[in-house]
Design a protein around this ligand. Structure first.
Ligand SMILES: [Zn+2]
Length: 497
């Protein structure tokens, strides 16, 4: 099967099996950049969040939840009003907007566009005489297009929908510091919606105007960034790091490098930041994304967000879109807290280092996941077609259904009743069971393979005589016969294997 065909099959599967629908609202033609999750997609998302929340707790992170509508002054302070912008080209005739970096990359495929400043892009446009594809008018200059969504609250007070969860976490800082009884490091995460007014959203759920983030923050002293307790346990771990120097040389080969070597070679500057890279890697791998498809790519200075001292993207290799960023790891320094201290006239200077005389504004390290991108890349990288059989080889803890229960024939009352009883027993044991009596048994198996259901249980004529059922495993399609009374225990054991 050609790769285009398999991508086509995959895209239709997302809709057909209730993972992702849209753009929403579909019945009104769809609003670009907005999507809905069907029952399977929502179940998958919740399962991912369960695992992330459990792991965050394991690594010592507390969770907060903040409003998504935030007054203007916050974004003045954070610099988002001024600088949270994409470079765009505007046609002087038809007024169409194009995202400049994407437009350049599409039209000058041999040039390295990533990392160019706005000025450098403008020069390139002049030199290459690029014109509007619709009216052939040459583009002149690059404009900045702010990505924040504006709204009004109450009696015309201007506010903005948050473009990230992170800033709303920082606003809690004086509460957090008390809550942590003034002990470093303070580790906090937040999950929730963020909004960006993308110019021309493409690539489905990869570039949405409303999306979910899970962002982890570590508040820490400068001293502790270099002398970080948690780093000691993970410093021998190897990560696939593609630093900026390699990219400049045109090298794209991924090398696994030990974190302590990366520090020694000055690829990474701070042990606490190395720990953040490790956390991002760990959370990605635990979902079952294959290691060879994961890499960290360092940003050039021009590519970095206005607040970042160092920034790396954790990327997943996809068939449809190439390398896709699912997580950004940023060294935000004391930038945010310093600005919010200034604008709110609060003092965020605290002494928590080894010398109580030294007071300083904490440094912030950030691990920012895009949850929708994780869902897309997870589905794409586990999607397989083998001799016409579609199989979603997803981790069974993430699959929407753990088990599906089928009566072999749907019209035999006693087989159907026994199957229903077994289904209810599994649910009683808090195993996510799905009952399906519709269509041929082959079709029912196929539907569950496409949903990634790891085990299918079939109740047949024999079951009525000897109280046994068949369990069929998704990937091997091996079948075993077990006693109905042992079924829940057998499944539970398999879940832990
Ligand atoms: Zn035009």
């Amino acid at each position: 099967m050609k790769i285009e065909d398999s991508i086509e099959t995959f895209n239709s599967l997302l809709k057909r099996r209730g993972f992702i629908w849209g753009p929403s609202p579909e019945i009104y033609g769809g609003f670009a950049g907005f999507y809905s999750y069907g029952p399977a997609g929502t179940a998958l998302k919740n399962n991912i969040l369960d695992i992330f929340r459990r792991e965050c707790r394991y690594f010592g992170f507390g969770e907060v939840e903040c409003p998504t509508i935030i007054p203007r002054i916050v974004w003045e302070a954070s610099g988002h009003l001024e600088r949270f912008a994409d470079p765009v080209l505007r046609c002087n005739k038809c007024k169409t907007l194009y995202r400049a970096d994407k437009f350049l990359q599409d039209n000058l495929p041999d040039q390295v566009i990533d990392g160019l400043s706005f000025k450098e892009m403008e020069k390139l446009i002049e030199k290459s005489i690029l014109t509007c594809p619709k009216c052939d008018i040459p583009f002149e200059r690059i404009e900045e297009y702010n990505l924040m969504l504006k709204t009004t609250v109450g009696n015309n007070t201007i506010a903005y929908l948050r473009p990230e969860t992170a800033t709303t976490t920082y606003l809690l800082f004086n509460r957090l510091i008390q809550d942590a009884r003034r002990q470093y490091p303070i580790k906090i995460f937040q999950f929730g919606k963020a909004y960006r007014n993308e110019i021309s959203p493409r690539q489905g759920v990869l570039r949405m105007r409303a999306f979910d983030q899970l962002e982890l923050q570590i508040f820490i002293s400068k001293e502790m960034e270099m002398e970080f307790e948690d780093y000691k346990e993970i410093k021998s771990k190897k990560l696939p790091l593609l630093d900026w120097k390699l990219q400049e040389k045109g090298i794209n080969k991924i090398n696994l490098i030990r974190l302590d070597n990366a520090i020694k070679k000055r690829i990474l500057q701070k042990p606490a930041f190395a720990y953040c890279l490790y956390l991002g890697y760990h959370l990605t791998k635990i979902l079952g994304i294959p290691e060879p498809l994961i890499r960290f790519r360092q940003h050039s200075i021009n590519e970095r967000a206005h607040y970042a001292d160092d920034a790396w993207d954790l990327e997943i290799k996809t068939r449809q879109f190439g390398w896709v960023e699912i997580c950004g790891i940023h060294d935000r320094t004391d930038y945010d807290l310093r600005k919010h201290a200034e604008y709110s006239k609060q003092s965020f200077e605290i002494s928590m280092g080894s010398d109580p005389k030294i007071k300083e504004i904490p440094q912030v390290l950030e691990i920012a996941f895009g949850i929708d991108r994780i869902i897309y890349t997870l589905l794409e990288t586990t999607f397989t077609i083998d001799q016409g059989r579609i199989n979603l080889k997803i981790n069974h803890r993430l699959a929407p259904n753990t088990v599906a229960v089928f009566p072999l024939v749907k019209n035999k009352e006693n087989i159907r009743n026994l199957a229903l009883k077994i289904h209810r027993d599994l649910l009683e044991n808090r195993i996510n069971s799905f009952f399906d009596a519709a269509g041929s048994i082959g079709k029912r198996y196929r539907r569950q393979d496409e949903l990634g259901t790891k085990w299918c249980v079939t109740i047949d004529y024999e079951s009525l005589d000897d109280n046994t059922v068949t369990i069929r495993e998704r990937d091997s399609m091996d079948q075993i016969r077990v006693n109905i009374s042992d079924l829940a225990e057998v499944i539970k054991k398999k879940q832990d294997e």
